[in-house]
Design a protein around this ligand. Sequence first.
Ligand code: S3P
Length: 434
Amino acid sequence: MGENVKIKPGGRISGYMPVPGDKSISIRAVLLSSVSDGVSNISGYGTGEDILSSVKCMEQLGIVFRKKGKKLTITGKGFDGLLPSDEPLDCGNSGTTLRLLTGLLAGQRNAYVLTGDDSLKKRPMARIVEPLRLMGADIVYLKKEGRIPIKINPAELRGIKYNMPVASAQLKSAILFAGMYASGTTIVTEPACSRDHTEIMFENRGIEILKNGLDISIKKPDNIPASDIQIPGDISGAAFFIVLASILKGSELTIRNVCINDTRRGIIDVLENMGADIRILKSRKEGGEPVADLEDKYSKLKGVEISGDVIPKVIDEIPAIAIAAAHAQGVTVIKDAEELRVKETDRIKAVCVNLKRMGAKVEEKNDGLKIQGGKKLKGSILDSYKDHRIAMAFAVAACTAEGHSVITDSEWADISFPGFYSILHRLRELEHNE
Ligand code: S3P
């Protein structure tokens, strides 16, 4: 641990690139297949640390996984078949594993302890625990109120109608996973539409989900059938290269097989508003998810305002968008994004500190950032804050700077994108700039 990567600026990117399987969809597939009846084959799953954390937790609960190339075979134990575990379940750095697993385990017949790494121990859990307790869950904080480690005792759950205070797909999904084990109907209402991969996957497995505006309801299924799934490429990983191609002169990049679900494609829409040249090709559906190839060329960008209902659709892409904003002519204002303060690190602060180190004009706001673009960035020592998305966003920024940069604790990129730096290196043609 504690690796540094040195990034030489310049060049352009060109060619085709692969992106890892979508992290959100992979984790949902691991959890849902574990409680399904029979064998599910998950093709193209992501191999980032967060997904491995979800696999390890489910292995501890008696689920058998077999890996063959890009295929993961999961033999589910059915609706009620998870084994007890004396050891705590370690979710590592993965908020999605922790939150969704809490929902899945709230209505089981065994007690479980859930924990994670230092970053996850600082992240809010009350938003998940509160509605689950209203459903009858028996969840105890073992050390600190509102934080992991938590103990989930066996409980009988009942359906509730719940108005979510934040547009969080992790919260919505935790309630929907618990809703599978609750008597009656469980209804969640979102303040704005967050990613809907849980709903799509549940529907694909025959679990009845009803949508009415921002209301989503679920009823306990009799059983969950196993199902094969092809995981599309992760737009959140692609985002770093989409931004890089847009800001590095002469770039022309094709990214294949990317999930362009409406609740995730905000990065494309925002960059297009900024003047980016992105083409969506061969739109199709895989496993109920819209997928396409993307073609992205260098283009002059302009500042924009990003706020309101768009924020949940770009929540993981804001560090990358901030780098695009630093290259755009004019001001970019990002508002209503206070959720960024409770991610793997405080991403508003992390982006602001690193951009300032590079000489950018940026102001930190409670709920976002104001970035005055167009000033040439200079190479610097850039802290990843042990946050995968900060490491990758600033590796992208470093490519356009004057002088070398160093990303500290660079290996945290492996949380969602193993091989990120070698792909970055391979796609850049640097010979003309040496
Ligand atoms: C995720 C939801 C988002 C996102 C996270 C993955 C998911 O978190 O930031 O990376 O898979 O449901 P919130 O639900 O906390 O906004």
